[in-house]
Design a protein around this ligand. Structure first.
Ligand SMILES: NC(=O)c1ccc[n+]([C@@H]2O[C@H](COP(=O)([O-])OP(=O)(O)OC[C@H]3O[C@@H](n4cnc5c(N)ncnc54)[C@H](OP(=O)(O)O)[C@@H]3O)[C@@H](O)[C@H]2O)c1
Length: 274
């Protein structure tokens, strides 16, 4: 059974599924490659079946094609059984651009509303006020159920909160054993203020999985290194994670990151190592 957390009044699975690189052509530019769509669709469907019903995507990913993949994967699933997060690019943070971007995302996702709409990141803090006002309008019109931010500093998050009467449900930031920078200020702030910290790149794109300490802890619990890395993250108050997995084996494995607990000694060992 997937473990869930209720944060900002919303129940979410502790582990969801990320989709960056699904349907993306190799290379530095975001471009679509349709050749693996079927595999990605099956992976998302499997993730949902295994309880990872929070799907994270963005208009940026594969220049919109990833949203199309998500749309195809969920189109036969009852709407309330999935929670879809998507994100608007900094390029689209002016009022009319943001409203139009949200409409385009909805079309690609084949949805009438997204559950959570995030500002992907800002280039200038001065972009936040207008963007948040436009997002509030989307909540009012029903195109978006909840709003949030990504890659925001604590100060920027506080500003976003001050500009809206809606809740800023999450700040989605990088967080893994390898990158623990959010622990200093942002995570305590989220924990104290009922904001979810959504951990992206939670497996450090696989870079941590060969670590000896991680392997030892995994062996002790008869788990895999990826399961331990994810379990460590979601053991933190207010943290949920969105590992990306397009390989069926990885999807199954990540679903097994919940339902058990690391003890204090394991946690200390891991935190000393990384
Ligand atoms: N807001 C932002 O700015 C931002 C930035 C980066 C990422 N994100 C979101 O966060 C999601 C996750 O981050 P990410 O994709 O950067 O990195 P990640 O989830 O840390 O790593 C993904 C990589 O790990 C592999 N993997 C997954 N499960 C595994 C397992 N159990 N064992 C071994 N390898 C495994 C995947 O392979 P397969 O695909 O082959 O299974 C993929 O190559 C993204 O997809 C995206 O939705 C958001």
């Amino acid at each position: 059974m997937m473990e869930c957390k209720t944060i900002a009044g919303i129940k979410l699975p502790a582990i969801g599924i990320g989709t960056w690189n699904m349907g993306r052509a190799k290379g530095p530019v975001e471009r679509a490659d349709y050749s693996n769509d079927e595999q990605c669709i099956l992976a998302i469907k499997k993730a949902i079946k295994l309880g990872m019903w929070h799907i994270d995507t963005a208009e940026m990913y594969s220049s919109g094609h990833t949203e199309e993949i998500v749309g195809a994967a969920i189109k036969d699933i009852p709407r309330k059984k999935v929670f879809v997060t998507t994100k608007v690019l900094p390029l689209h943070l002016k009022h009319n651009d943001l409203i139009a971007a949200a409409e385009e995302s909805l079309k690609r996702l084949q949805l009438e509303y997204v559950d959570l709409y995030l500002i992907h990141w800002v280039n200038l803090t001065s972009q936040i006020r207008e963007a948040i006002a436009a997002m509030d309008e989307l909540v009012e019109s029903g195109s978006v159920k909840h709003i949030g931010v990504s890659n925001f500093s604590t100060k920027q998050l506080q500003l976003a909160q001050s500009f809206t009467k809606n809740k800023i449900v999450t700040n989605q930031v990088e967080y893994s054993l390898l990158d623990r920078s959010c622990e200093k200020e942002l995570l305590p702030y989220c924990q104290e203020n009922d904001v979810a910290l959504t951990a992206y790149t939670p497996l450090a794109e696989g870079k941590i999985l060969k670590n000896k300490t991680l392997a030892a802890v995994a062996e002790k619990h008869s788990k895999t290194p990826a399961q331990v890395a994810l379990n460590w993250l979601i053991s933190k108050k207010n943290v949920i994670a969105i590992p990306k997995a397009a390989t069926m084996e990885h999807v199954r494995e990540n679903a097994g990151a919940v339902g058990w607990k690391l003890n204090r000694e394991d946690t200390e060992m891991l935190e000393k190592e990384f």
